[in-house]
Design a protein around this ligand. Sequence first.
Ligand SMILES: Cc1cc2nc3c(=O)[nH]c(=O)nc-3n(C[C@H](O)[C@H](O)[C@H](O)COP(=O)(O)OP(=O)(O)OC[C@H]3O[C@@H](n4cnc5c(N)ncnc54)[C@H](O)[C@@H]3O)c2cc1C
Length: 449
Amino acid sequence: MANLRRGVDEAADLIVAGAGMAGFCCAIEAADRGASVILLEKEAKLGGSSMLSGGSFAFAGTDQQRAAGIEDDADLMLSDLRAVGQHKNDEALLRVFGAEQHATYRWLESLGFVFGPPKVASGQSVPRTHRADPVGMFGLLAKAADRTGRVRVLRETTATRLVRENVVTGVMVGERFIGARRGVVLTTGGFMRSEPLLANFAPHQEHAMRMGSGGCTGDGLRMAWQLGADLRDMGYIRGTFGMHPDAKPDEHHFLHSIYLGAIAVNRLGQRFVDESLSYKLVGDACLAQPGAIGFQIFDRGVMERSTSDGSSFDMGAALRAGRLIQAPSLSSLADKLGIDPAGLAATLDRYHAGDPDFRRTSLSSGWGKPVRIARAPFYGYPSRSAVVGTYCGLVVDDALRVRDVFGEPISGLYAAGHVTGGFHGAGYMTGTALSKAAVFGRLAARSAV
Ligand SMILES: Cc1cc2nc3c(=O)[nH]c(=O)nc-3n(C[C@H](O)[C@H](O)[C@H](O)COP(=O)(O)OP(=O)(O)OC[C@H]3O[C@@H](n4cnc5c(N)ncnc54)[C@H](O)[C@@H]3O)c2cc1C
């Protein structure tokens, strides 16, 4: 147990910095195990980027998958994660995730989470995205934390430095020292809203949009970095295709109709990618197009597959909001979107004939069959690539202890969620940022207390 230094302003067994998905799951788990917790949140609003997200969680082997006749388990999920991550993932993290993910799905349900039916999404060889309402889930997490009677949530309270005396003994909040008897867990999220860090680690994303909570400026990364923490996967930051160009950084205007059958074209009306690939790879391809913009184009048949759950498959909601453009013919759609009508018509002919340049054999990562785009009305969604997550960061071991540049654990310091690297490797599967945050948040708590 760490000794607290003199002059402590307040203290708890565990300090958790950042009240998003990882921070809340960590705080609840620690409190359930008898620890007192102070959960610090920089912003006035709780929930971080988790609350702005699409609410898609990737879990395998669920009752809902079984009921829908979908065969899936942790092994298949891990092999998909390796394929998407180009085998750069940290195997130790994959192993503990695989062992814990289903129990965390059940645990979230026990807190009141209601997950929608499984849907297929980027990087998944079978449907395993289970969606929960991103705003509602923070009401449930706050209630669960409150019920323990051991979690104090301090809003508008920014951890500014870690304090180490042999072991990490707490955090500074400006001039105030908050002591941690059992450790500090960094759950401060990514750095999508820090231009200096993005310029350092992701100069190739200069023309991508930036999305996420204003609190996600890489504070945890810098604090641990100061103590010698090692970093991982920093070179793999990629944007996600499908964000409407008018979206503000804290708005969620994603559409992923490409995974239901839409094609993606540029201003010349030309396809530029196999749309069944991960939306990160589609995002990379989009950045290389004129004006770094693409357009998802589809027809009535694809529209009939729209969900009505506010997710990135809810084309009906995008239409009602005026962001999705509808037209009676392909040429009038092209006019409305400002793309070349002749180019678009030629592209569709080529697509239906099996375009050899960007051959597509599935809707998403091997799942489903491509469809013809031929039935009026036609639809188009202007789409850019947006950095919604950084997917890289602190090196942690399978007990979520932060490791320094020589591979030694930094005693008393843990990290979980989007502030960490290693799990995703070089790519990203939809829904694993939230499920990772929940699983590893809980595991960090178990390690620390
Ligand atoms: C538009 C959008 C859509 C997304 N959709 C999905 C999706 O559907 N599925 C999915 O899996 N992922 C999605 N993601 C990614 C996902 O939301 C994040 O990766 C995930 O929420 C990270 O959780 P976290 O708890 O690590 O961080 P966050 O939820 O970002 O929480 C971090 C918190 O730490 C706080 N903080 C930062 N610094 C400090 C400090 N110094 N002191 C105190 N507090 C601090 C922040 O203010 C923030 O509240 C999406 C992201 C965006 C932006």
